[in-house]
Design a binder for this molecule. Structure first.
Ligand code: HEM
Ligand code: HEM
Length: 269
């Protein structure tokens, strides 16, 4: 090989380095960092990024967790029901999580205000669905506040809406439970459409899909264990003397137990 020939080969090799680097197979994280559309760059206004974060925090995390607490933790593991009644853990968790969730949602809406005129079906459906979800969130708070009084067998002077299961309480439970779960399910559609409208990076969709699967798995497991107990029984026990136990429980998949059946299922071995 002549000296001139060796120089030529070395020069060609040097020139080929950047081209080879460009042609190198993409790393797995490159795929995750790419926007959903496959575009090379992702741009989103700062306030819309905060809109998305607050909405995911509210509708994606806090509100579903609060609904799970209300459904499955009216009696907590280890509680000696019906000797120990009316454990308020679920009640405090539900109110804290739902108020925080609706607050995050309202702040997120304030940030999106005036941005609902985008082009494309995903953006338009997202804006409509988004407004409906915000209204549903506020209706949930209003229905919670208007649910009526509690009452109880010890308080004969003041019969309560819940103890007596008045029409007001039955109406509250029907509306609040069905609208609450419907809104939580639709919120996932709203979040997915938001990701498409903002052309978000793929990793966000992947992480949210994993989180959602974990929530669904927790729901199915707790439901199968029989932990969705009627609120009325959790508070006042299974006795037939209580008026609410003489009518059917409100809602799908709500269980009622006798003291013995509860002990057999959840009591100490
Ligand atoms: C002031 C705020 C709120 C109060 C006082 C409140 C109160 C209640 C009460 C008393 C229950 C139990 C109903 C029963 O089992 O008889 C309940 C359940 C539920 N709440 Fe709320 N709530 C509030 C906000 C919200 C919000 C904003 C949502 C949004 C999604 C929500 C979703 C639910 C759901 C899905 C259930 C049914 C759980 C199940 O399947 O048993 N709540 N809430
Ligand atoms: C369930 C959760 C969400 C709700 C309730 C919601 C609600 C809304 C609402 C009501 C609007 C329209 C505002 C107006 O009319 O002025 C809007 C716009 C928008 N949101 Fe969301 N949002 C949510 C989640 C997200 C997420 C996760 C993203 C992005 C990752 C996102 C991105 C956007 C974008 C890009 C727009 C402007 C759409 C357009 O160009 O028309 N949103 N959102």
């Amino acid at each position: 090989m002549t000296h001139r020939c060796a120089c030529f080969i070395a020069l060609m090799a040097l020139l080929a380095v950047p081209a080879a680097a460009h042609a190198a197979p993409a790393q797995p994280w490159d795929w995750l960092l790419t926007p959903l559309s496959g575009a090379s760059e992702h741009h989103i206004a700062g306030r819309m990024a905060w809109h998305a974060r607050l909405m995911v925090l509210g509708w994606g995390v806090l509100l579903p967790l609060g609904a799970l607490a209300a459904r499955f933790f009216k009696i907590v593991p280890g509680q000696e029901w019906p000797h120990q009644l009316d454990n308020k853990t679920w009640w405090h968790a539900h109110r804290l999580l739902q108020y925080a969730g609706v607050l995050a949602m309202t702040a997120g809406l304030g940030l999106a205000w005036g941005f609902g005129h985008g082009h494309g079906t995903a953006a338009q459906v997202h804006a409509w669905l988004g407004w409906s979800l915000c209204i549903a969130g506020w209706v949930q708070v209003a229905s919670g506040l208007l649910r009526g009084g509690k009452g109880g067998p010890a308080d004969v002077r003041l019969r309560g809406d819940h103890y007596d299961m008045t029409r007001r309480r039955i109406g509250f439970e029907r509306l609040h439970k069905s609208l609450g779960w419907l809104a939580i399910a639709l919120a996932w559609v709203g979040i997915a459409l938001g990701l498409v409208a903002a052309d978000a990076p793929r990793w966000m969709a992947v992480v949210l899909a994993l989180w959602w699967s974990a929530l669904v798995a927790a729901f199915v497991r707790l439901q199968r264990q029989g932990r969705c107990i009627d609120t009325y029984q959790a508070i006042w026990g299974p006795g037939a003397a209580h008026p609410g136990n003489r009518r059917p429980a409100v809602g799908w998949g709500v269980r009622r137990y006798t003291a013995a059946a509860w002990r057999a299922r959840f009591g100490p071995p």
